[in-house]
Ligand binder design. Structure first.
Ligand SMILES: NC(=O)c1ccc[n+]([C@@H]2O[C@H](COP(=O)([O-])OP(=O)(O)OC[C@H]3O[C@@H](n4cnc5c(N)ncnc54)[C@H](OP(=O)(O)O)[C@@H]3O)[C@@H](O)[C@H]2O)c1
Length: 166
């Protein structure tokens, strides 16, 4: 999904769910989408709504929803009625690629169940396949991307190239 003119004007704003919205990457995406309230209704995901970053997003017009990629039941409510999902998954808090993969698969399973048709995932090339060396957080993102291609036949998915938003 581009932020600009490639989408037709909706009768109702598109509902866009942004994971990692209180972070660097998701925050940039959320703030850009919030500049177009007639086109996008932005639902920002956080594990704790009391944080300053969540409050700032709410002031800009975001709907703040508490959900956790480690807790699948919380994802169903977060994704209900979503037209688009911007998905980032997270490695650095516990530096576990296995946990990041589980978080990504939880999110994708929830998107499939909720009938989300468009997912933009902050993914990665499979570096290990290309150069034969492990690369932590990129390996996990590549594994999630492969899962999207496998199960997300109904999902129009795109890899997010992060430096286009800065
Ligand atoms: N920053 C970069 O330049 C860059 C470049 C390339 C790739 N990346 C990748 O992009 C991803 C995001 O990076 P970032 O720099 O934006 O991260 P960040 O600023 O550290 O933000 C982390 C975000 O992840 C959310 N989060 C963490 N665990 C979560 C969970 N279990 N469920 C739901 N949300 C969770 C946090 O939300 P709450 O704490 O509010 O719950 C926060 O919004 C990472 O995977 C990173 O490897 C980043």
């Amino acid at each position: 999904m581009g932020c600009g003119s490639s989408l037709s004007e909706p009768d109702e704003p598109y509902v866009v769910v942004v994971f990692g919205a209180t972070g660097y990457l998701g925050g940039a995406v959320a703030r850009r989408l919030l500049e177009e309230p007639f086109r996008y209704r932005v639902r920002c995901i956080t594990r704790r709504s009391s944080g300053e970053k969540a409050k700032r997003l709410a002031e800009l017009g975001a709907v703040i929803v508490i959900a956790d990629l480690d807790e699948p039941p919380s994802l169903a409510k977060a994704l209900d009625g979503a037209d688009f999902v911007f998905l980032t998954t997270h490695f650095w808090e516990d530096k576990s690629k296995e946990k990041e993969i589980v978080r990504g698969l939880n999110a994708i399973d929830a998107c499939v169940t909720a009938g989300v048709k468009h997912v933009i995932f902050n993914g990665s090339e499979n570096i290990k396949k290309h150069i034969g060396k492990e690369c932590g957080h990129l390996d996990s993102k590549a594994a999630i991307e492969e899962y999207i291609k496998e199960v997300g036949k109904e999902i129009y998915h795109r890899r997010f190239i992060y430096n286009i938003v800065f």
